[in-house]
Ligand binder design. Structure first.
Ligand SMILES: [Zn+2]
Length: 148
């Protein structure tokens, strides 16, 4: 299955993280949404995001390698079109953007947003995203992809 996806990331405590060439970024605790695309296969991409040990390549890899950071859920939109920047612009209108994060190859302000899960889910589902489950994901106690 190929498409675009939103990875929900929980940051449990204040963290200052070296994000590759982007530099050191301070993150306040909270819920963040990372907009990505994996037209070649979302399953493999998500599995990569969840793997702690890997060569750090993308900005999101640096973020997820930090001990105070965990992937908490995924929303996917099956598509063959590169629509991630379109969705990123919509999310940028709603949420605080982490400048430059994940947007080295496009003209977006960023592909990582500090968000609020309940509303994020509503926005994404209205667009046609659905929640995506992988057995390796650490699910919340109520079977939701993330705490809310
Ligand atoms: Zn973009």
């Amino acid at each position: 299955m190929g498409g675009i996806y939103v990875l929900v990331v929980e940051i449990t405590r204040p963290a200052e993280i070296q994000v590759g060439k982007l530099g050191r970024i301070r993150f306040a605790p909270g819920t963040y949404a990372y907009m990505g695309s994996a037209l070649g296969g979302i399953e493999a991409r998500v599995a990569r995001h969840l793997k702690r040990e890997k060569r750090l390549r993308w900005h999101i890899d640096y973020l997820l390698s930090h001990p105070g950071v965990a992937a908490a859920g995924v929303y996917v939109w099956e598509t063959t079109e590169r629509r991630e920047c379109e969705v990123a612009r919509m999310l940028a209108a709603e949420y605080e953007v982490v400048p430059g994060f994940g947007s080295s190859d496009c003209r977006c302000r960023g592909h990582l947003f500090r968000c609020e899960l309940r509303r994020l889910g509503g926005i994404l589902e209205a667009l046609g995203f659905r929640t995506f489950r992988l057995p390796k994901l650490r699910w919340g106690h109520r079977g939701r992809p993330c705490r809310d």
